[in-house]
Design a protein around this ligand. Structure first.
Ligand code: ADP
Length: 487
């Protein structure tokens, strides 16, 4: 198959979240399966190309936006190992600036983000024609690339070069939709009927919505877990797009993201104090003692260490934790949090550290090494998300023998099963309701079981054997692509 990917992030070059990780893994996995792959990424100023070779590509195209012509500057990164080409879509005007989506001077979105990603989508399509690479499938990600399937079926519909190209739009987080004010619609140079109230694909409560249009025009839509694929078609999780998504119900698929076990395995993790293995878990205790010492918390073998690594945002369940904090810390537990985000939760954690100095520590930064240490040292990982498209830390936790406590939503519901004391199966503790009582009940169940050491160790091992590797994810995408081509 000839497959083209277009997205606004790709690890290790530029990444703010799970989207970057997927682009860092999926195209290469598909290339390994023998497919012909090209990836398109905006050429941000802050991109880190490491020691990869960068080759300028001669392209004589200009992209017209708002009656101005902007020259395209294309460079290509060629991977040494796989020979896969990544095209960096450059523009002095749109991408040669600090930050990715936000202006670091104001902390706000760049006011021309709509123009920047219109430019990107048009450029991707123009380059494909110029290099004469007609893909079978264009797989685009999130609102920043959602205009590609729109242009394919509107402004470029009559151009034979593009006819027959199929498209897939993957939604990594429905909360981000690319919404702009009504008067910006003209930048798209598309017929007014596409913005007609209630029936226009772009129209969303008087605003222009790029993701909504992408959902309407993409041949297939996918999300990063099965459960989230169902949830986004409901009012609770649909962020206002549930109606549009429901209409596309037959073409919505969920494929769980994979874990990079080269980076996240306790047996080969060089960021932790001592590596350990399912056959010998003594190293896990060493990691716990070392981390407690490093953070100047007392060592209490009978107290389970609860770890949290997360953005400090409402999405991640911080309101529940805030409500439950005193009751939680009155139990015989210790708590270590690694996270940054809303000031309200920074304050909460600073207060808790002061109030419970022997029980609670917060590292209020983005600190990758500390994230690894917390996964290895903790007995329990707490992830009470309000919604969770996929989530990675619960999968890392399973591999590290760190029992996850999760809310039954999205990818958390698809990856963690509740402990069943009658049959001794399950991989974690799962609660359903969006309230602190239910969360605390799950934590209490975990704390009680922790006291039964032999059962706990068996329980850890069940989770450690679970496999959420990328090869499985890549196979599912491959199946989806074939299914689309045969449809
Ligand atoms: P989301 O993309 O919604 O933030 P995910 O669970 O999909 O959540 O991915 C989050 C990733 O970011 C995980 O790899 C997690 O370990 C990491 N992470 C989040 N916050 C921090 C932090 N403060 N320091 C280090 N790593 C973090």
């Amino acid at each position: 198959m000839k497959i083209c990917y277009a997205a606004s992030e790709m690890a290790p070059f530029i990444k703010t979240g799970g989207l970057g990780d997927v682009l860092g893994a999926l195209p290469e996995a598909m290339q390994k399966q023998g497919n012909d792959i090209k990836v398109f990424l905006p050429h941000y100023k802050t991109i880190d190309i490491g020691d990869n070779k960068i080759i300028p590509v001669e392209i004589n195209s200009e992209i017209k936006i708002n009656d101005q012509n902007y020259p395209l500057k294309i460079n290509k990164i060629r991977f040494k190992k796989s020979n896969m080409g990544v095209y960096l879509v450059g523009s002095d005007h749109y991408f040669d600036r600090e930050g990715i989506y936000l202006n670091p001077n104001t902390g706000k979105d760049y006011a021309d983000n709509d123009e920047r990603y219109i430019f990107f989508a048009r450029a991707v399509l123009a380059i494909l024609k110029e290099i004469n690479f007609k893909p079978d499938i264009i797989h685009v990600h999130d609102w920043q690339a959602a205009l590609v399937p729109v242009f394919l079926k509107t402004s470029l519909e009559k151009d034979p070069f593009y006819s027959g190209i199929k498209s897939i739009l993957t939604i990594h987080n429905l909360a981000y939709q690319g919404e702009f004010t009504l008067e910006r619609f003209k930048l798209l140079e598309l017929p007014d009927k596409l913005m007609a109230p209630a029936i226009g694909p772009f129209e969303f409560y008087g605003k222009v919505n790029f993701l909504k249009a992408g959902i309407t025009y993409a041949d297939y839509i996918s999300t990063v877990s099965n459960k989230y694929a169902e949830e986004i078609q409901t009012k609770e999780f649909g962020c206002g797009l549930e109606g549009v998504l429901k209409e596309r119900n037959e073409n919505i698929y969920g494929i769980l993201n994979g874990v990079d076990y080269k980076v996240w395995s306790p047996s080969r993790d060089h960021k932790i104090h001592t590596t350990y293995h399912i056959a010998n878990l003594s190293g896990k205790r060493t990691n716990k003692i070392e981390l407690l010492n490093e953070l100047k918390l007392p060592i209490r073998d009978a107290a389970p260490l609860i770890g949290i690594i997360s953005r400090l945002e409402e999405q991640k369940g911080w309101n529940l934790i805030k409500e439950a904090a005193d009751e939680l810390l009155s139990m015989n537990v210790q708590l270590i949090v690694v996270g940054t985000g809303q000031p309200e939760y920074h304050k909460l954690l600073e207060d808790l550290e002061k109030k419970y100095p022997d029980k609670c520590k917060a590292i209020l930064k983005f600190n990758d090494q500390m994230a690894h240490k917390v996964e290895a040292a903790s007995d329990i990982f707490l992830m009470p998300s309000i919604f969770e498209p996929c989530g990675l830390n619960q999968m890392y936790s399973l591999r590290y023998g760190t029992i996850p406590i999760v809310r039954q939503v999205g990818g958390l519901a698809d990856t963690v099963t509740d402990y069943d004391s009658n049959h001794n199966n399950g991989t974690g503790f799962v609660f359903i309701e969006k309230d602190s009582k239910s969360m605390l009940a799950a934590i209490k169940r975990a704390v009680d079981l922790f006291a039964r050491k032999r059962t706990w160790t068996k329980f850890m091992k069940v989770g450690m054997k679970k496999d959420f590797s990328w090869s499985r994810t890549a196979k599912e995408y491959s199946k989806l692509y074939k299914n689309l081509l045969n449809s």
